[in-house]
Design a protein around this ligand. Structure first.
Ligand SMILES: [Zn+2]
Ligand SMILES: [Zn+2]
Ligand SMILES: [Zn+2]
Length: 256
């Protein structure tokens, strides 16, 4: 079946432009230098699944023309990846049912704590999302799409990447174990964290991300979770063949 992966946001936790920054990238006229917080939309056979509910989830859903939401896959619980969760209510209300949310035990525990009002019984009328939190334990089936969670490290924090057949989405990480590298072999398409040129304690920089690419040799690679250090056009010109900087709204197709 055909799957479309739309990158709804490709920016780092601050977003680009950053508040109060007048740098060249933040004040650039190139729309590809405007980056919402990181998330992605998978669409297949009429189903819509998002990876993370980023800070701009509402704006991302509107921009992508989303009318339904069938599930959420969470990579981890950092604020930039979950802050848009409340707006999932637009979908749970319309659809009259809870939205299944998949993630590791720790991530779902954090969501329960930080969005405690969602899971507390309150008076009717306030309008809260209805969610079903489902801990992931290995590969699972999502409306006919096989989802393979790929554990990676984001500093010391365990994070999930996700593989869908020949494609994988791996954000927020700076270390991939040899077991997880095995899980990422033979990819046609990889979306991978590459923060900036300079090194960082919890994210791959461009050089480190390119080392991963060198080992895995996927068909096409798009770097995401990008800071204002990277100008889209200038960075793309410096990247090797088959590797590009992602941008918000980029639609990628693959077949499973
Ligand atoms: Zn992040
Ligand atoms: Zn800036
Ligand atoms: Zn993070």
């Amino acid at each position: 079946m055909d799957v479309t992966l739309t990158l709804l946001g490709t920016g780092t936790s601050h977003g680009v432009p950053c508040i109060a920054c007048g740098c060249e990238v933040c004040s650039s006229g190139d729309p590809r230098n405007q980056r919402f917080r990181c998330s992605a939309l998978l669409q297949y056979e009429g189903y819509s699944v998002v990876i993370d509910t980023a800070t701009e989830f509402r704006l991302q859903a509107l921009r992508a023309g989303m009318t339904t939401l069938d599930a959420v896959l969470f990579t981890h619980s950092h604020a930039d990846h979950i802050s848009g969760l409340d707006d999932v209510r637009s979908f749970s209300e319309r659809q009259g049912e809870a939205i299944p949310c998949y993630g590791c035990e720790e991530c779902l525990g954090d969501i329960r704590r930080r969005f405690d009002y969602i899971f507390t019984e309150t008076q009717l009328g306030g309008g809260k999302p209805r969610l079903e939190l489902i801990p992931t334990e290995g590969p699972f089936d999502l409306h006919g799409l096989r989802v393979l969670p790929v554990p990676v490290l984001h500093g010391r924090l365990p994070v999930l990447g996700f593989r869908f057949g020949p494609a994988a989405y791996v954000t927020d990480c700076n270390q991939i174990s040899s077991d997880s590298m095995e899980l990422l072999k033979g990819l046609d398409l990889l979306v991978l964290d590459a923060l900036r040129w300079r090194s960082h304690p919890t994210h791959f920089n461009v050089e480190q991300a390119l080392e991963v690419v060198e080992q895995l040799r996927p068909g096409r690679v798009y770097f995401t979770h990008v800071t204002h250090d990277l100008d889209h056009a200038a960075t793309n010109a410096a990247l090797p063949e088959g590797v590009e900087l992602a941008y918000d709204g980029l639609r990628l197709q693959f077949e499973v």
